[in-house]
Design a binder for this molecule. Structure first.
Ligand code: IPM
Ligand code: MG
Length: 361
């Protein structure tokens, strides 16, 4: 298969971790006989430095022309980086939001898995960690508070800020359908998270999710209020299979879920639209404090590349091979510093990439 991949290395540790993912993709292409071509794209801080804006029209166009985009991470230290002296609409994060919107990436998949080998990293009590967990957070990504009208103005002499939260039924239905489709391939349970005891947008959310559920009689649906969900994630994460939620709640809950795994450097993500196109990126940030030191964990980006093969190219066998290689490397005791524990062997970013490649045959 021929694959045209846009590559956004990004800021901070982005370039280092993406290089390892590309190494792994090249190995897969060699072993399984595929042809890959890469187009380097600038977004975030790197684009500000080059063009003065975090995303140019040209970059968006090139991204659209790719089959999929693999991304590192963007942004810098908000206290020290000059990017954060710019007005909010010109900062690195604005580029990411414009890219999500411009590519219509409404479905964000964030798996949070407790790896058997890394159970020790889980900050929860042993009896909870022992049960393990494997959930998929499905976050709506192009609506809600993130993309509503906002303003800050003086009203009757009082400085007042406003952010609008809007969802229409179509926006809810399309992400709900995705969540149920994915649940059908997993343990057939959807937990839809909202704040229906307060918000109108959540009451509509619940209604549309229930209508959608009628088409999936095999899938168990439950509704959960977002505050309760925040508690349940630390009390009993094993109860969750697919967690379906709106943009802002999903932002918060997915960070919580990743923390509970104890190893954010391991978590991949995919952002999808109606077509096969997707943007794939690690869940973690750009970690400017360790950039360039060769110690960042590239596994989340490597697993994001595996998600890309699975969701954009239907190459399940190849995706399985990458996931298995990651599991093998962990089994054999190799760790980057963020997941290091006693008796294991600590290695750097590049060696982790090389070792994972060596298990793909
Ligand atoms: C994420 C990030 C972004 C978000 C920021 C960087 C705008 O936190 O991908 O979760 O809030 O969506
Ligand atoms: Mg976030």
């Amino acid at each position: 298969m021929e694959m045209k991949i846009g590559v956004i290395k990004g800021d901070g540790i982005g370039p280092e971790i993406v290089d390892e993912a590309l190494k792994v993709l090249n190995k897969v292409a060699e072993v399984y006989g595929h042809s890959l071509s890469y187009t380097q794209l600038l977004m975030g801080g790197a684009s500000i430095d080059e063009y003065g804006v975090p995303l140019t029209d040209e970059t968006l166009k090139l991204a659209k022309e790719s089959d999929a985009v693999l991304m590192g991470s963007i942004g810098g230290d908000a206290k020290t980086s000059p990017w954060y002296q710019l007005e909010p609409s010109k900062r690195p994060e604005a580029g990411l939001l414009a890219l999500r919107k411009g590519l219509n990436l409404f479905a964000n998949l964030r798996p949070a898995v407790l790896y058997e080998e890394l159970k020790g990293a889980c900050p929860l009590k042993e009896e909870i960690a022992d049960r393990g967990f494997d959930m998929m957070i499905m976050r709506e990504l192009t609506g809600g508070l993130y993309f509503g009208a906002r303003s800050t103005e003086m009203i009757d002499g009082v400085l007042t800020a406003k952010d609008e939260l809007t969802y229409n039924e179509n926006e809810i239905r399309r992400i709900a359908v995705r969540a149920f489709d994915i649940a059908m391939k997993r343990r057939k349970k959807v937990t839809s998270v909202d704040k229906a005891n307060v918000l109108d947008s959540s009451r509509l959310w619940r209604k549309i999710v229930e209508e959608t559920a009628a088409d999936y009689p095999e899938v168990e649906l439950e509704h959960m209020l977002v505050d309760n969900c925040a508690m349940q994630l630390v009390k009993d994460p094993a109860q969750f299979d697919v967690v379906l939620t709106e943009n802002m709640f999903g932002d918060i809950l997915s960070d919580e879920a990743s923390m509970v795994t104890g190893s954010i450097g391991m978590l991949a993500s995919a952002s999808l639209n109606e077509t096969k196109f997707g943007l794939y990126e690690p869940s973690g940030g750009s970690a400017p404090d360790i950039a360039g030191k060769g110690i960042a964990n590239p596994i989340a980006t490597i697993l994001s590349a595996a998600m890309m093969l699975r969701y954009s190219f239907d190459l399940d066998r190849e995706a399985d091979a990458i996931e298995k290689a990651v599991a093998d490397v962990l089994r054999d005791g190799y760790r980057t510093i963020d997941i290091m524990s006693e008796g294991k062997r600590q290695i750097g970013t590049r060696e982790m990439g090389d070792r994972i490649c060596s298990y793909i045959m």
